[in-house]
Design a protein. Structure first.
Length: 553
């Protein structure tokens, strides 16, 4: 086993500590699975990242929180960069240039820099060899904002509050929900006697601590005026932060104070409701912290194929039962079809799976018969399949080559749902939903990619359409998403048209709820709230045709 190694900077006395090791990292490409981007931040000089053999390429590190960066070390393999730009960003979107060169020397480059941000990126534009770009190590040195070595102190700690809600609208929304690092659960004040000012929530860190940062992820019921206070005895409180212009969503506060207890004390509400927090996180040193479960490792894109269905089965056979489960029964969202037990899902013998939506003339065996009237209970039938219980995963590149169905009232989709929908019987949208592709027949040239979560769902989902310039059903198209702990990028036929940055999402719409297992779903719906019902011009049957579905990690 190779030994871990630290590249000692030539200006070590001026540099802060190494803050990039084992942090999430993404790259434009990897030569193969043996040279993943993670090898550039593992502290091991015997492993390396290597890109595809083309220009341009890039590699990017997520430091996890904002930091003041004062030095970067690039330990090149012989396949180095002659021209590159080194940049830093607070959000992965807006970049500040730290260093640019067209005369990179290769070897080990120690670069004194000055910048503040969460993301550090190396854009590589000219190779020194015929090969790609290859780094033994990409190291970032500096100090995290709020002090070096800050730790999440509030996870799993006891909480208290002025009141809390526990009713059909917000069941069990007690103080503990703000400290569980679950962005789909929340604390809320009680509507019976708690939708008043002031309202507060506090946490016991278990021991005295030096507090350097507080993160508040608000529900729409947020505080416009509040104080952050600390206490040694849970009785006498000292203010360490206050505002009268709270804006809600995610607020990251740099603070300085010492105490065992930390409290958010709200004095003015944003609306007619109370106060509600998805997360109340306290960072610093000391206390009695409990280490939260680690996030899954980030993939390097495009990654290694880990699951696929190429649909190369004989004509007339149903979906592979080892990979897909048929969902049967009526649809949701006021859809009109009845999903059958694979009566509407068949291989065509040409390497495709066909999900057919059709109008049923008689009940037959496809539609259940109403025991009272004796008539069929469905006018339309179709198919919906999922991989729950057979394949779930967290992060990766997911893609499918599909020829969509398209006529008034049709709604084909390729999407993912959080596995806790079935694992823990959590209601939608608390599990999170990732819609890689949706198409509604009334918009023949358009497809959509959208996220749904407790704070943004249904018509308020966070997403983007793509105008194709021709009917969506005119050809097979490859619909894909690249998903890790900090972003999702959606594409059609390689055209990346919509990127979700975690920090932007959290500071403008609500929590990111996508750091847990999801399963795949394909379906061909009829009717529903969005597409509306079939009309006079609707042509049925309609086939949603899938060439393949693949997952890379």
């Amino acid at each position: 086993m190779a030994a871990a190694a630290l590249l000692v900077p030539t200006t070590a006395s001026a540099a802060g500590p190494l803050i990039s090791q084992n942090r999430p990292v993404t790259a434009s490409s990897s030569e193969n699975v043996a040279f993943a981007a993670t090898a550039a931040v593992d502290g091991d000089l015997g492993t390396r990242w290597s890109s595809a053999f083309s220009d341009p390429q890039w590699i990017q590190i997520d430091l996890g929180s904002s930091a003041r960066v004062d030095q970067v070390v690039l330990a090149w393999e012989s396949a180095s960069a002659r021209a590159y730009t080194l940049s830093i960003s607070p959000d992965g979107t807006n970049w500040q240039e730290l260093r640019r060169t067209t005369t990179g020397p290769g070897g080990t480059e120690t670069l004194p820099v000055t910048g503040t941000g969460r993301y550090v990126r190396l854009d590589l534009t000219a190779r020194a060899t015929q090969w790609g770009y290859s780094l033994w190590e990409f190291q970032v040195f500096g100090t995290r904002d709020g002090g070096g070595g800050e730790t999440l102190l509030s996870y799993g700690k006891p909480g208290a509050a002025s009141t809390f809600q526990d009713d059909p609208n917000c069941g069990g929304c007690n103080p503990a929900k703000a400290f569980d690092r679950d962005p789909a659960t929340r604390w809320a004040t009680n509507p019976t006697n708690g939708w008043v000012d002031p309202g507060w929530i506090s946490v016991d860190l278990g021991a005295p601590a030096q507090i350097s940062k507080v993160v508040l992820q608000w529900d729409p019921a947020f505080a416009t005026a509040y104080r952050i206070e600390v206490s040694d005895d849970n009785s006498s409180w000292r203010e360490i932060y206050s505002t009268t212009t709270g804006r809600g969503f995610k607020e990251t506060l740099t603070v300085s104070g010492t105490g065992r207890y930390v409290r958010m004390y709200g004095t003015a509400r944003s609306n007619g409701y109370g106060y509600s927090l998805w997360e109340f996180q306290v960072y610093g040193t000391g206390g009695a912290p409990v280490t939260p479960p680690p996030l899954p490792p980030n993939p390097s894109f495009p990654g290694r194929l880990v699951w696929a269905d190429e649909f190369n089965a004989p004509a007339g056979t149903g979906p592979d039962a080892s990979k897909w489960t048929p969902e049967t029964g009526p649809g949701v969202n006021n859809e009109l079809q009845y999903y059958t037990n694979n009566n509407n899902a068949r291989h065509d013998g040409n390497g495709n799976l066909v999900l057919q939506a059709r109008r049923e003339v008689t009940p037959g065996s496809a539609c259940p018969v109403d025991p009272v009237s004796g008539s069929g209970t469905c006018q339309y039938t179709s198919a919906r399949l999922n991989t729950y219980g057979k394949f779930t995963f967290t992060y990766g590149r997911v893609e499918a080559r599909i020829k969509v169905s398209s006529t008034q009232g049709l709604w084909p989709a390729f999407w993912m749902l959080g596995a806790d929908f079935f694992d823990q019987r959590r209601p939608w949208p608390y599990t999170g939903e990732i819609d890689i592709m949706e198409h509604v027949g009334k918009e023949p040239n358009r497809v959509y990619s959208t996220l749904h979560a407790p704070a943004y769902f249904g018509a308020g989902g966070y997403g983007s359409p793509l105008e194709l310039g021709q009917p969506a059903s005119s050809a097979f198209r490859t619909f894909a998403v690249e998903w890790d702990s900090s972003h999702m990028t959606f594409s059609v036929d390689g055209n990346r048209f919509f990127t979700v940055d975690r920090n932007v999402l959290e500071t403008t719409r609500g929590p990111w709820v996508y750091d847990h297992p999801f399963f795949l779903i394909i379906n061909n719906a009829v009717g529903g709230d969005w597409p509306g019902p079939p009309g006079a011009g609707t042509q049925l049957p309609q086939d949603m045709v899938l060439d393949y579905v693949r997952v890379y990690q």
